[in-house]
Ligand binder design. Structure first.
Ligand code: TXA
Ligand code: MG
Length: 313
């Protein structure tokens, strides 16, 4: 049954309350959450299973809403004008006051944004009145869903609402183009052909897609790291270190990922706390052991990357 105006209003309310909503776009169904709510974003990663903090696309109802979240130079603006609403996601620098959770950006200072073309998606985004992050609504390792039935089969018990918008007309994910320093790059092939993008820009663009990348998934993101050194699995801080705990605050710890030892809360806090502690100018952050289950696997993965020896600039 195609979603009614009433279904959409209820779904928007669920989003505002921090719940997950699966909704149709013209590419594939998305697993949506309030992009400004750290905990809701953390729940998206948990719901995907075998979670990894890959950065998520923020969906908005209009280009004007997009311009509040990201810095759009002339080329980004040209692509937005040409292809939005539509199956194109643009990676741009976050604005200084970008309200999207740092967890959704996986700690990067860039953000992927898309205005989808599906009427149900646009109505939902307008009603929610805020950006909505949405990875494809498939459990990890399964193909992306192009009908509401696909979503119900795999994720029904993990979402508050599944909005039905029929079969997705495009059926493959959006094309992802990065517009950071160094010029446009194609990060993922998708619904908008590369040639159409190059035609708008008036020049060819290099591809840095998974297949073209030499070192496999995650490589692109390994440059995220705080300025401070990280010392992992630390039971307590040494002199001069800041301590990022897991569980109740110790006398020596000014920060904790989750006072109650909750991994969803810890994920929600991870990147924000690393930023906050880094901003104090401390030379080393000692991080408590984090249990390696549920979202703990993704948390430990990001911590390991952040602690890895830095590549020379
Ligand atoms: O068609 C689509 O794009 C669907 C629908 C629901 O909109 N969404 C989707 O999301 O495919 P997801 O999470 O499955 O894929 C997002 C892609 C990933 O390849 C991710 O690495 C990239 O976008 N991405 C997101 N933010 C990024 C960033 N700041 N820098 C580089 N890549 C980013
Ligand atoms: Mg996906």
């Amino acid at each position: 049954m195609t979603a009614t105006a009433q279904d959409i209003a209820a779904a928007a309310q669920a989003l505002r309350e921090g719940e997950l909503v699966a909704f149709p776009t013209e590419t594939v169904y998305g697993l949506g959450a309030d992009a400004t709510n750290d905990q809701a974003v953390a729940r998206v990663y948990a719901a995907k299973g075998r979670p990894a903090f890959n950065p998520l696309i923020a969906h908005v109802a209009s280009s004007d809403a997009a311009f509040e979240l990201g810095e759009f130079g002339p080329e980004a603006q040209a692509l937005a004008r040409a292809f939005w609403p539509g199956p194109l996601s643009l990676v741009v620098p976050r604005t200084a006051d970008c309200k999207v959770s740092l967890l959704a950006s996986a700690g990067l200072d860039s953000i992927a944004i898309r205005v989808p073309a599906h009427p149900t998606a646009l109505a939902l985004l307008a009603a929610a009145g805020r950006p909505v992050v949405a990875p494809s609504a498939n459990p990890s390792g399964r193909i992306s869903p192009t009908t509401a039935e696909h979503v119900r089969r795999h994720l029904r018990d993990r979402v508050a609402v599944v909005l039905d918008g029929g079969r997705c007309s495009v059926g493959v994910e959006s094309t992802v183009v990065s517009l950071l320093d160094g010029g446009p790059k194609l990060l993922r092939h998708g619904g908008v052909p590369r040639a159409a993008i190059e035609k708008v820009l008036g020049h060819s663009i290099p591809a840095e897609t998974h297949a073209a990348r030499p070192h496999g998934p995650g490589q692109l993101l390994s440059h995220y790291a705080p300025h401070a050194e990280l010392r992992l699995n630390a039971e307590a801080p040494r002199a001069g270190e800041a301590y990022l705990g897991f569980g109740p605050l110790h006398a020596h710890g000014s920060w904790t990922l989750s006072a109650s030892g909750d991994l969803v809360e810890a994920a929600a806090n991870l990147f924000r706390l690393l930023h906050d502690i880094d901003a104090t100018g401390v030379a080393c952050i000692a991080v408590a052991p984090v249990p390696h289950r549920g979202l703990g696997e993704a948390i430990n993965d990001r911590l390991l990357r952040a602690a890895a020896p830095r590549e020379p600039a």
